[in-house]
Design a protein around this ligand. Structure first.
Ligand SMILES: Cc1cc2nc3c(=O)[nH]c(=O)nc-3n(C[C@H](O)[C@H](O)[C@H](O)COP(=O)(O)OP(=O)(O)OC[C@H]3O[C@@H](n4cnc5c(N)ncnc54)[C@H](O)[C@@H]3O)c2cc1C
Length: 819
């Protein structure tokens, strides 16, 4: 009987143990788990984690990882002892801002299938009696949250895996990773060598060190975080849990003070994120034998805890007579975006990462990793966790350190969905940046790019449009200006320039390019030079991995408008090894302006050295020509649903292109417009954004993208999975909703409720200035997808009426685009 490939997992913390169990349960039992420490309290972060598991998360993927961890750990026990107790999780608000945020989190949890309850202050105190009633404004209770015994849960899973044939070896320190021909072949330890087809680095805070042995970057930053146990509290003694249960009341978060707490029988355990960040260089971590307590536990620094202690005493008066009896500076991993690191290295085949994972998400991550290894892909969408997501600058040690620190600082902060990183900025600027600054651009950031959100120079447009731009509530008004509304309307009425440089651009060339792309994507690409095609990348399971705009610029040359680094990696991973296809990321060396609006041709025609009439250069056609002095490649398409072109040139000529268009365009009323307007216009037109509106969890028909699928074109990746599917068989649909109240603009991820039950969730939302309605795209059951169906959307705890509308909401006959 096959036992699967030879797998070595480095690290027997909660991640390594969970992964071994998930692999074994799928029949991969030739698995060796190595740890430098003694099993199973091996000295890593798992060994001292207090084990609080709060499932609510802004990321659907992370919530699913946590939900599975709760489910799995609840079913485990070790020698009759519990591994998880569902004591509930309570988050409390001390400020009005947090109260609002908790309402939002309540909605987020509900969107992802995790039911919670909003509590008033009395209910909070009834649930957690040691709280100061006067300090608390309200709370959010998730009854299925709880406490994990991380070492126990690890050992319980390890025992099950061992019974299936997996080996766990403690006191084996990995000192090298052997490779041959770009593949892993073996793992070397101080006690011998282990042959391996697959190596998984689950080494926690040692990840960067272990990765370096294999030449693979592991972009995480370990930071110390303080946790204390108090002296016994008389107030708790009377109601304390029996010793074996430890805790009877919900685990507690007081995010307004960067604190969390749990009971240890008659004491409290208190963790703090409010202290100064303490980044740790992985090179300084001691070997288990040399560490006074364990390598991931550093000496407690009481001064750093003083402020947190005083804050804790404010909210939990029983602490005023108590002391901190024991404390640690425990070390664990932070990443640049707060998400785990999962997947196979692109540079070293067979070397996988399962890093920067909390106990909370550990079993879910392990399950997804096992599916990825055994079946070729995880069932859950993991694009936010995939190590291929990083742009090259995001692997710079300085970036990893700074962002890791910032993520520690922000761990409990209230973050607006549009809030950009503040530092390090600026990182990437387009050639138009100076001109944009001159126009008063308000920049947000994406993939390191400075991206104008709107331009203060357009304030004068408000005289014309103000009455079509409703005022907004607090949250919706952040990172927004009515000027953005004016820019959207001016685009529909006249013409605007959009800086599209941050759009990922790939070039695929070579004699095998056509066959390669045709075999990877859903639409027909065998079309004449000059054709532009919208096509989808699917996984083998038929889930959408990306949507691409593919322009055939020569018989063997294609330019691809992609969504990000994941697309580059996907193409590179699938490119034939014979050199017949070359994939290049041309984003940084080029730039792009969208020239869009009914008057776009008036601007371009006099500058272009070819005929740009509709007859000569029709919709979804590409051509290379000159705009004044500037050589461009133009694609006749528009994400905002208007006549116009994406104009590409090399970075050195970018500013000249802007200046030529600007000078020619001003007499026609040309403005520069930003991404806020763009987001509104694209939703009016129903253009989906991959990663937000649809992911690998959705097929093209559910997402309303069946038009991009040509099942009759021959074989392509994912075809078999979707061959028998259609719009008619889709059980859920992505549909536009129109809110009853135009003054309400949603944030995204709100639950959609039908007949009192959670039926789906919002993806993107914006105000549609042209149609004068507030728009939200949302996933709903197919039975509720018909136009006119009434639903409600829960926004900050309040139900808002909405109806399903026909898709798209604006110019369904495409008259403006084809004009
Ligand atoms: C104070 C504190 C409180 C926390 N509280 C919570 C909480 O309440 N809830 C929550 O979800 N998370 C919490 N965390 C985070 C959580 O503990 C970690 O994210 C998680 O335990 C990481 O698990 P892991 O298996 O990835 O890493 P680890 O547990 O660190 O395991 C990695 C293993 O790799 C081994 N290893 C490393 N290098 C080598 C080598 N060269 N050769 C062999 N073996 C090697 C190590 O010995 C170690 O055992 C907390 C962390 C800290 C520090």
């Amino acid at each position: 009987m096959s036992r699967g490939p030879r797998v070595v997992i480095i690290g027997a913390g909660i991640v390594g143990c969970s992964l071994a169990d998930e692999l074994a349960s799928r029949g991969w039992t030739d698995v060796t788990v190595l740890d430098q420490g003694r099993l199973f309290a091996a000295g890593g972060s798992t060994s001292h984690a207090p084990g609080l598991v709060f499932q609510t998360n802004g990321s659907k993927t992370m919530a699913e990882f946590a939900r599975y961890t709760v489910e799995k750990f609840s079913s485990l026990e070790l020698d009759g002892q519990w591994c998880f107790r569902q004591v509930g999780g309570l988050e409390i608000a001390l400020t009005p801002e947090r109260l609002l945020e908790l309402r939002r989190r309540h909605g987020l949890a509900r969107s992802w299938g995790i039911e919670g309850r909003l509590l008033d202050p009395d209910e909070c105190v009834a649930t957690w009696p040691l709280l100061d009633r006067d300090a608390v404004l309200g709370g959010h209770l998730v009854p299925t949250d709880g406490l994990a015994k991380a070492v126990r849960a690890g050992e319980a899973q390890a025992r099950r895996a061992t019974e299936a044939g997996v080996r766990f070896l403690g006191e084996h320190t990995v000192t090298d990773v052997r490779t041959e021909g770009g593949r892993v072949t073996a793992v070397v330890t101080d006690r011998g060598e282990f042959q391996a087809d697959v190596v998984v680095c689950a080494a926690g805070i040692w990840g960067p060190r272990v990765g370096a042995l294999a030449g693979v970057p592991v972009p995480l930053q370990p930071l110390a975080h303080q946790y204390v146990r108090t002296s016994p509290l008389p107030e708790l003694a009377a109601i304390a849990a029996p010793a074996d249960l430890e805790d009877l009341r919900p685990i507690l978060r007081i995010q307004d003070r960067d604190l969390y707490a749990r009971e240890h029988v008659d004491r409290l355990g208190i963790g703090a994120y409010g202290h100064r960040p303490m980044p740790i260089d992985p090179a300084t971590l001691l070997a288990p034998a040399d560490a006074p307590v364990m390598p991931s536990v550093l000496e407690f620094t009481p001064d750093d805890f003083a402020q947190s202690w005083s804050w804790a005493q404010d909210v939990i008066p029983a602490l005023r007579g108590a002391t901190c009896e024991e404390g640690i500076n425990g070390v664990f991993s932070f990443t640049t975006d707060g998400m785990p690191l999962m997947g196979e290295s692109r540079d070293l085949r067979g070397f996988w990462l399962a890093e920067a994972v909390w106990v909370t998400h550990s079993a879910g991550v392990a399950k997804a990793m096992a599916e990825w290894l055994v079946d070729g892909a995880p069932r859950v969408d993991v694009h936010e966790c995939d190590i291929d997501r990083f742009e090259p600058h995001q692997l710079a040690p300085a970036y990893v350190r700074e962002r890791g620190i910032q993520n520690f600082v922000e761990v409990y902060d209230i973050l607006h969905p549009l809030q950009p990183m503040e530092s390090p900025r600026p990182l990437r600027t387009s050639p138009f940046h100076d001109r944009e600054v001159d126009l008063g651009a308000r920049f947000l950031e994406g993939s390191g790019w400075e991206r104008p959100h709107w331009f203060e120079a357009n304030a004068g447009l408000l005289d014309r449009y103000e009455d079509r731009i409703p005022a907004r509530g607090d949250w919706a008004a952040r990172y927004w200006s009515p000027i953005a509304g004016a820019e959207a309307l001016a685009t529909r009425d006249g013409v605007a320039l959009y800086d599209m440089t941050s759009l990922k651009r790939l070039e695929v060339t070579g004699s095998g390019a056509l066959a390669f792309l045709d075999g990877l994507t859903t639409n027909r690409l065998d079309r004449p030079v000059g054709a532009v095609v919208y096509s989808l990348l699917l996984g083998e399971d038929g889930g959408i991995r990306s949507d691409l705009t593919i322009a055939r610029l020569g018989p063997d040359r294609f330019q691809i408008g992609a969504n990000g680094n994941l697309d580059l990696a996907w193409l590179e991973r699938h490119a034939p090894a014979d050199g017949s296809v070359v994939v290049r990321d041309i984003t940084a060396g080029t730039c792009c302006l969208g020239l869009w609006g009914p008057r776009a041709r008036d601007v371009l025609a006099p500058l272009a050295d070819i005929d740009v009439s509709n007859e000569a250069l029709g919709y979804f056609r590409a051509a290379s020509f000159h705009v004044g002095h500037v050589p461009v490649t133009a694609l006749r398409l528009s994400y905002v649903g208007e006549l116009g072109w994406e104009l590409y040139t090399t970075a050195d000529m970018g500013r000249k292109l802007w200046d030529e268009l600007w000078a020619a365009g001003r007499p026609h009323g040309l403005i520069a417009a930003g991404r806020s307007a763009f987001g509104s216009l694209r939703l009016e037109k129903g253009y989906r954004s991959w990663g937000t509106d649809m992911t690998t969890e959705h097929d093209p028909f559910e997402a309303g993208l069946g038009f991009a699928v040509r099942l009759d074109k021959g074989e392509f990746t994912g075809r078999a999975a979707i061959a028998s599917r259609s719009e008619a068989t889709a059980e859920r649909r992505l549909v536009p909703l129109l809110l009853d109240d135009p003054a309400e603009v949603l944030m995204g991820k709100e639950p959609v409720v039908i007949d009192g039950r959670t039926a789906g969730y919002v993806t993107s939302a914006a105000f549609g200035y042209t149609i004068g309605r507030s728009i939200a795209y949302a996933w709903v059951p197919a039975s509720a997808a018909a136009a006119g169906t009434a639903v409600s959307v829960i926004s900050f705890g309040s139900p808002l009426g909405a109806i399903v509308a026909d898709d798209p909401l604006f110019d369904p006959r495409m008259e403006r685009l084809r004009s």
